[in-house]
Design a binder for this molecule. Structure first.
Ligand code: NAD
Length: 502
């Protein structure tokens, strides 16, 4: 039995919990309030299932107040200069940096991930989002367009140009796997563009969004520019997505919920960006550098206990090195230390909840019943039954559920291949198209594969590298639109055409 002891918290983290995790956690028009109905929902430490606080359970009325506050704040925020917005975005980044330890601790407590993941990867990634989009705010530009209109009154000229304007109120709806950075990926470009926001964090991991809200107000964001509503997706999220005052839904989450979001958007023709699920292939070519590849593909799936949209959950290995690579990945996984995310030695924490862990274990059980071999992991561990050891599944067929569907846990299915064409076909035989990695030392193989693979991102000799400057998003059922990079800003701006007889 896995023993889990929770180390103590920093006084600042404890004081945040005392202040904000008692259900008074809606940010509406610059003020913190309870849900109008007074309802709260528990939020737990997934490593132990112990309740760590309560979040407000926002209803339709609260969502309405938040959207109205965002609408009222829109003209003022839209009228700020790019430099004013950039200054606030940069100040947010500075505050996040100053408070990074408590933010990382809170993320681990609420989500379960090892402390170092938040401290050294995700929160620095979030900080860079605010800095990158502080710069982008200063680089928004329209175009002067030459035209062929020849029916202007005599002596007059027709001049035309485009300007960029914010889309309006943005509903940012985010999942629980990497809450801080995924939230920053929405908020930073939306604010840079001049949009106002209603944020709905995931019900399992709302606490860091509330800390982010506190820091963003402290950085000087005017009241109503950012509003936060917490609660269940089916109630609070749906009310927000359906609200006619919302101009755009910026959604990250499952493909299934993405469909519901499209339905919510269609009545008012809301703008939508969707960052959805994935079943990303890691492809190991016969010439791969295995010292780099084995830890690379193992981390590509086991990082954050596999709860990563871009996780390399399908491993294709050339038959000549298949046994060596699969054995290496199994050994790498067995070497990872599991425990409470706050413990310094922990390399892999629990899954986000008992419900989710049971779902992941069910995928593995079904695969076993379908004839697959489970080389490692697959069982629920710990008193809270929220841990699953790194799991490697072999002897699978392409039609099996575990090969086709997103498991969203530390579970990789390995399959051998013989020919390049064959592995390209297998990699593309998925309704997802989020990401892929190719492991090879041949430049021409790298180019050929990166153009042949149907995915929003292809990594060569690495997996899951991302940066605020790099657009990320999917094709096929992995979504549409992009977070990060200059392309993300476009998603929060409309084009307005001005045509003038002068
Ligand atoms: P989810 O779809 O269950 O929930 C995501 C968010 O949507 C939550 O805040 C939830 O409360 C809300 N929600 C649920 N139902 C809703 C509804 N009917 N209307 C409005 N909002 C609703 O996803 P999850 O389980 O929290 O996250 C895991 C999923 O997110 C995985 O599929 C993963 O691949 C995906 N993801 C994608 C990316 C990406 O960039 N493509 C990044 C991270 C996670």
């Amino acid at each position: 039995m896995l023993q889990i002891d929770r180390p103590g918290l920093r006084p600042q983290t404890q004081s945040f919990l005392d202040r904000r995790a008692s259900g008074e956690g809606l940010l509406i028009d610059g003020a913190w309030t309870q849900a109008a109905g007074g309802g709260t929902l528990p939020t737990v430490d997934p490593a132990t299932n112990a309740e760590i606080g309560r979040i407000a359970d926002a209803g339709e009325g609260d969502v309405d107040s938040a959207v109205l506050a965002a609408r009222r704040a829109l003209p003022g925020w839209k009228a700020t200069t790019p430099a004013q917005r950039a200054r606030i975005l940069w100040a947010i980044a500075d505050l996040l940096e100053a408070r990074i330890d408590e933010l990382a601790e809170l993320e681990t407590l609420d989500q379960g991930k090892p402390l170092f993941v938040g401290r050294w990867a995700e929160i620095p990634g979030a900080i860079n989002q605010f800095r990158f989009f502080a710069g982008q705010a200063m680089a928004i530009e329209g175009r002067v367009i030459d035209n062929s209109i020849d029916y202007q009154p005599a002596g007059k000229q027709v001049r035309s140009w485009t300007v960029r304007e914010p889309v309006g109120v943005v509903a940012a709806i985010v999942p629980w796997n990497s809450p801080v950075v995924l939230t920053a990926m929405k908020l930073a470009p939306a604010l840079a563009a001049g949009c106002t926001i209603v944020l709905k964090p995931a019900e399992d991991t709302s606490l860091t969004a509330l800390m982010l809200g506190e820091l963003m107000m402290e950085a000087g964001l005017p009241a109503g520019v950012l509003n936060i509503v917490t609660g269940l997706g089916s109630r609070t999220g749906a009310a927000l997505a359906n609200h006619p005052g919302v101009s755009k839904i910026a959604f990250t989450g499952s493909t299934q919920t993405g469909r519901a979001i499209m339905d919510s958007a269609k009545r008012d023709f809301k703008r939508v960006t969707l960052e959805l699920g994935g079943k990303s292939p890691s492809i190991v070519m016969p010439d791969a550098d295995l010292d780099l590849t084995i830890p690379g593909v193992a981390n590509g799936i086991f990082f954050n206990a596999g709860q990563v949209c871009i996780a390399g959950s399908r491993l294709y290995v050339h038959r000549s090195i298949y046994d060596q690579v699969v054995d290496g990945v199994v050994r790498y996984g067995k070497g990872l230390t599991m425990g409470h995310g706050l413990a310094a030695e922990t390399q892999m924490g629990p899954l986000v909840s008992g419900r989710h862990a049971a779902r992941v274990a069910q995928f593995v059980d079904t695969a076993r019943q379908d004839g697959a071999t489970v080389l490692s992991g697959g069982e629920l561990l710990g008193e809270a039954q929220t841990f699953i050891a790194p799991t490697v599944v072999v002897d699978v067929r392409p039609d099996m559920e575990i090969v086709r569907e997103e498991v969203f846990g530390p579970v990789v299915v390995a399959q051998p291949f013989d020919e390049v064409e064959e592995v390209i076909e297998s990699a593309n035989a998925s309704h997802y198209g989020l990401a892929a990695s190719v492991w090879t030392q041949s430049l021409s193989t790298a180019h050929r594969m990166s153009s042949a693979i149907e995915a929003g991102t292809v990594w060569i000799n690495c997996h899951a590298m991302y940066d605020a400057s790099l657009p990320i998003g999917g094709i096929k059922q992995s979504g549409s639109g992009r977070d990060s990079g200059r392309q993300a800003l476009d998603g929060y701006l409309e084009w307005k055409t001005v045509c003038a007889v002068l």
